[in-house]
Design a protein around this ligand. Structure first.
Ligand SMILES: Nc1ncnc2c1ncn2[C@@H]1O[C@H](COP(=O)(O)OP(=O)(O)O)[C@@H](O)[C@H]1O
Ligand SMILES: [Mg+2]
Length: 358
């Protein structure tokens, strides 16, 4: 990632929703226009981002913690850790939130393709880069971390580690950094003998940021089990946001799952002209859970695929068979058969909860 790419992504428009068409219009389309229409509809459904109460809460917590850091005394600040199992959606959540933060800070300057700037000193103009996003590589150590950071700003990466760190010091001021997000923090090499150095470096970077009222956000898989959480100094500063896939083990969770699917339904029902309201939030809710185990990325894929199969067979709804035939992720494929049994009890629970159809 680079600051330039981040800026371009913040300016990019989301995929436009296809036009809603009545069943008669859909059936009157030529084969080639219907194919194009269906491909657009499938891409759009796959790109949808669904909301759950946990996601909404996580975004609020992130914003609150960043604001607390910005106004508290200049020193080492709280570090935010966003932790979840693989593929739950932590990168998507933090990236979307961080892009919103960037847009708010940059304001009207987002309309320009060139990087926003600010007057650093009289006569000196620098790029304003308030948000930094690092995607760590496998087994990263201090040097790799510094290099990624410098590359984000387009600075030279030659020199000894301490020279690179000194350069980073200057960069944070020069570009008015307010937020540093480190994604895939679980890939930092914390098991190796270099673990101490990596941890010390993270703390040092956090101190540098803290002196400027800026915040570090660490995103990673199952961070609670790793060295960052077990380092006493680090643990004292961590504010943790834990995410998990939706579960349906209690009536409250079942209701949350159903209202999540009701949100999905509000988006996709206009594109399923023969489907009844409640088809996802009620009728298919237990099956969608079994096939996805509550992973929202898998839900998007499942619904897009099932709607595509149904439309190709001219039914324009989502049937049980369409769901069972869709292309599940390997993770979901592996788990779904194991869950065939318990879903019956879960279905009973789901049925006992009132369906809030959109
Ligand atoms: N809220 C959401 N709604 C729909 N799909 C989502 C959502 N969050 C994530 N996804 C999708 O789920 C998949 C995994 O998300 P990602 O953020 O990469 O997970 P993680 O970082 O936890 O491994 C991606 O394909 C992503 O587009
Ligand atoms: Mg990720």
């Amino acid at each position: 990632m680079t600051a330039r790419l981040w800026h371009d992504q913040a300016r990019a428009k989301p995929l436009i929703a296809p036009p809603v068409k009545a069943i008669t219009q859909l059936r009157a389309m030529s084969d080639s226009s219907r194919t194009r229409y269906l491909q657009h509809r499938r891409r759009w459904m796959r790109s949808l981002r669904f909301e759950t109460p946990a996601i909404v809460q996580a975004r609020t917590t992130l914003t609150d913690l960043v604001e607390d850091n910005a106004v508290s005394t200049p020193a080492a600040k709280d570090v935010i850790a966003v932790s979840a199992p693989f593929a739950v959606g932590k990168s998507t959540l933090v990236r979307t939130w961080a892009q919103d933060q960037y847009r708010q800070i940059i304001g009207d300057r987002l309309h320009h393709s060139q990087m926003p700037t600010w007057h650093r000193e009289v006569g000196i103009v620098a790029d304003e880069i308030p948000v930094v996003w690092l995607d760590l590589g496998a087994a990263s150590k201090v040097r790799a971390f510094n290099i990624q950071l410098l590359q984000y700003f387009g600075y030279p990466i030659s020199g000894a580690i301490h020279d690179l760190t000194a350069r980073i010091h200057r960069i944070l001021d020069a570009h008015r950094v307010r937020l540093l997000v480190v994604d895939d923090t679980n890939l930092l090499n914390l098991r190796h003998q270099d673990a101490r150095d990596v941890l010390d470096h993270l703390k040092h970077v956090n101190t540098m940021l803290g002196q400027r009222g800026a915040t570090m956000v660490l995103v990673g898989a199952n961070l609670e089990d790793g060295a960052i959480f077990h380092d006493p100094q680090m643990a004292g500063r961590l504010r943790t946001i834990s995410l998990k896939a939706c579960t349906i083990d209690t009536p409250v969770e079942v209701a949350t799952w159903q209202s999540t699917l009701a949100g999905v339904e509000r988006l996709v029902l206009p594109y399923l002209p023969t489907a009844m309201p409640g088809i996802l939030a009620g009728h298919h809710a237990p099956r969608v859970w079994r096939l996805t185990q509550g992973y929202l990325g898998d839900v998007a894929r499942l619904i897009a695929d099932a709607a595509y199969i149904a439309a190709q067979e001219d039914t324009w709804t989502i049937r049980t068979a369409d769901l069972e035939r869709s292309q599940l992720s390997r993770r979901a494929q592996a788990a779904a058969p194991r869950l065939r049994q318990p879903v019956t009890t879960r279905a009973a629970q789901a049925a006992s909860v009132e369906v809030h159809a959109p």
